[in-house]
Structures are given as structure tokens and as C-alpha cells.
Design a protein around this ligand. Structure first.
Ligand code: 2DT
Length: 212
């Protein structure tokens, strides 16, 4: 490594937990403190694969459940070369959803097991830190109606939450649970603390491989 590598930091959580807001604030705060950082999100709806996923989520098209699961995974794999390049250049990547959403959402559908759902993402760049923004379904409901996209119902979100809880039992991943019921600044401060730790630790370590 010519320069110290950036950290791969992921934010996960159920809908309304504030992931996107917090990703943006984290990137801004890191940049302001002189640490190169960029935001990414999955699905990345800008690529050809991402457009197929986006049409499915907007209910403009139907896709078979296994097929769309593999497309979500392919949408991560297609970004891997550019992710590795940026991390090598010392840029910290702050990612809004990753393979954990992939496994949690599909395995919440009938007929899917978590193990099968994790398989296509085995070997992806392993996050140095995964923060789960924890918000109870009742608190999420207070933040307003769900949107119109596929998966945006309280019944499905509860099933997804249970799958996330199973994924968080895996000690090979650096999970940190963040209380997302605090105000925006409070949540941000916790996220910033964990992120600075992860950035310091990651710079002297090789990037790992997820679930391997
Ligand atoms: P956003 O609202 O954050 O754009 O998410 N999803 C996401 C999956 O089912 N599998 C995946 O691999 C990922 C990354 C979660 C769009 C929806 O897509 C779901 C919500």
C-alpha cells in the first residue's frame, strides 16, 4: 500500500431510520476534518443493472424473486473495481445499504433462507464497520407514512428487522448498533465516533472479504 487505505463504512437499518441523512452528514464531517470520503448507495440505480432494479422497486416491472436478488448482488459486484481503487487511494467510502440489506430483504420473502441469500455476496469487500440504525416499528411509524415502493409496508419491514437481527449475530462482521431514536445530531455524533475508530484501525489492515 503506497498510502494508508480508506475505510469501508456501511450504514444499514430499516426504513425511516435516517440512513441517507446520516451518510451525507458523515461524509461532510469527514471531509471537513480533512479526511477524504465519498458516499455510495446500493442499489446504485444509475447502471444498466441498477435501472432494472429501480423499475422493479417502482413496480413498473415484475422480476422473479431469485432473479432480482442476483441483480442486487451483481449491482454490488459491478462496483467492486472502483471501490477497491478508491479505498487504495485513501478515500473512505460511506455506503448506504450493502449485502446485509440484500440478504435481509430477500430472506424475508417466503421460501428463502438466509444462507442462500448470503451466498452471491460472499467475497465482496468486507466493511470495516457496519452500523445498524436501530428504530422500533412504532417509532418508525411516528416518522410518517411508508412510501409507494415495493417492500414499503410495516409487515414486511418487521420481517426484515428480524433477519437483520440474525445477521448481527455474526461475529466476523464489526457490527455496531446505533440508537436511531436520538435526534439527528446525537445519532451523528455516535456514528462519527465509531467511524473515526474504524478509519484509524483500517489504515493498517488489509481489506477483508465478506462472509469468507
Ligand atoms: P433504497 O430505498 O435505500 O433505495 O432501497 N434492497 C436493497 C434489496 O432488496 N436488496 C438489496 O441488495 C439492497 C441493497 C431495500 C431500495 C430497496 O431495495 C431493498 C429497499
Amino acid at each position: 500500500m503506497a498510502c494508508k487505505r480508506g475505510a469501508l463504512i456501511v450504514l444499514e437499518g430499516v426504513d425511516k431510520a435516517g440512513k441517507t441523512t446520516q451518510c451525507k452528514k458523515l461524509v461532510q464531517a469527514l471531509q471537513q476534518s480533512g479526511r477524504p470520503a465519498e458516499m455510495m448507495r446500493f442499489p446504485d440505480r444509475t447502471t444498466t443493472i441498477g435501472q432494472l432494479i429501480s423499475a422493479y422497486l417502482e413496480k413498473k416491472s415484475e422480476l422473479e424473486d431469485h432473479t432480482v436478488h442476483l441483480l442486487f448482488s451483481a449491482n454490488r459486484w459491478e462496483m467492486v473495481p472502483s471501490m477497491k481503487k478508491k479505498l487504495d487511494q485513501g478515500i473512505t467510502l460511506v455506503v448506504d445499504r450493502y449485502a446485509f440489506s440484500g440478504a435481509a430483504f430477500t430472506s424475508a420473502k417466503p421460501g428463502f433462507c438466509l444462507d442462500w441469500c448470503m451466498k452471491p455476496d460472499v467475497g465482496l469487500p468486507k466493511p470495516d464497520l457496519v452500523m445498524f440504525l436501530q428504530l422500533s416499528p412504532s417509532e418508525a411509524a411516528l416518522r410518517g407514512q411508508f412510501g409507494e415502493e415495493r417492500y414499503e409496508t410495516s409487515v414486511f419491514q418487521r420481517a426484515v428487522q428480524q433477519k437483520f437481527e440474525q445477521l448481527m449475530k455474526d461475529p466476523s462482521v464489526n457490527w455496531q448498533v446505533i440508537d436511531a431514536s436520538q435526534n439527528i445530531e446525537g445519532v451523528h455524533n455516535s456514528i462519527m465516533d465509531h467511524s473515526l475508530n474504524a478509519i484509524n484501525t483500517a489504515q493498517d489492515q488489509l481489506l477483508g472479504e465478506l462472509w469468507k
